[in-house]
Structures are given as C-alpha cells and as structure tokens.
Write a protein that binds this ligand. Structure first.
Ligand code: HEC
Length: 124
C-alpha cells in the first residue's frame, strides 16, 4: 500500500514538472527574469537594437524573431556563444560583421540574459 502511494505521488510530481516546462517553453537554465532583463539589455546597453532593429526583425543584422538561423541551430547555448563571439567578416553571409557582444561592454551574465530574450522571441 505504502509503495503504491509513493509511486502515485512520484508520478504526480513528474507530471507537474513536465507540464510546467512545456508551459514556459524555456530551456531549464533560463528564467523569466533573465528574459525580462535581456529585453532591457537588447534595447539599451547591449546596443543590439541598433543593428537588429527595435522589434528585432532585422536592419543591418538579420531578423532574430523567426526560426531561420544563419549561423547556428538557434539553441540557447548557440545564441550565448554567438553573442559572445559575434560574427567575423569571413563568416558573415551579408559581408557585414557583428562585433563580439555587439561591440557593447555588457557582462557575460548580461549576454546570458540577452540570449534568453532572443531565444524567447523565436520560441513562443
Ligand atoms: C554592428 C551591428 C550589430 C550589432 C550592434 C549587433 N549585431 Fe547581431 N548581427 C549583426 C550581423 C551583421 C550579423 C550576421 C549577418 C550575416 O551573417 O549576414 C549578426 C548576427 C547575429 C546573430 C546570429 C543570427 C543568425 O541568424 O544566426 C545573433 C543571435 C545576433 N546577431 C544577436 C545580437 C545581439 C543579442 C546583439 C546585442 C548584444 C547584437 N546581435 C548586436 C550585426 C550586429
């Protein structure tokens, strides 16, 4: 009896975990706070808006709101690495380079937050 009750409780916990991840649709290391902070960084200190547009739909740099990625598969880890390194001229599809961190002075934690924001734009 005890064993069955414990098994039922475990199943319930598992179901709760599964449903909360799919409701948020964010990778496990990403929090809603990071997305909110990243939104601010994108439009202020990160300078991303200058090249990708206020709506992130592209200007000099590509659209970041769709699921077409030029340089990676667009996973959260891909985005963190991409933003840290930028896009060298030799790898740029348009011939226009992106400087590391967009040429801004944001911290590595800021990069993680802005990557979370970019991720959220294309994974609704
Ligand atoms: C000076 C202009 C400029 C700034 C500032 C800039 N980017 Fe970019 N970004 C680009 C260009 C240009 C590309 C690559 C275009 C190409 O390959 O043709 C790019 C590519 C990217 C990609 C890869 C897109 C893909 O399709 O694979 C991501 C992600 C990205 N930028 C995010 C950011 C974020 C976040 C910031 C702010 C921290 C930022 N960028 C700031 C110009 C910029």
């Amino acid at each position: 009896m005890n064993v069955i009750l414990r098994a039922v409780a475990a199943l319930g916990a598992l179901a709760a975990v599964t449903s909360s991840t799919s409701a948020q649709d964010l990778p496990s290391e990403v929090t809603q706070e990071m997305v909110t902070k990243g939104n601010e960084i994108f439009h202020k200190t990160g300078l991303c808006y200058a090249c990708h547009g206020q709506d992130a739909k592209g200007l000099v740099g590509p659209n970041l709101t769709d699921d077409a990625w030029l340089h990676s598969k667009g996973t959260y880890d891909d985005l963190v690495k991409q933003i840290l390194s930028g896009v060298p001229k030799e790898q740029s599809k348009s011939g226009i380079p992106m400087p590391a961190k967009g040429g801004s002075a944001i911290t590595d934690d800021d990069v993680k937050a802005v990557a979370a924001y970019v991720y959220s734009l294309s994974h609704h």
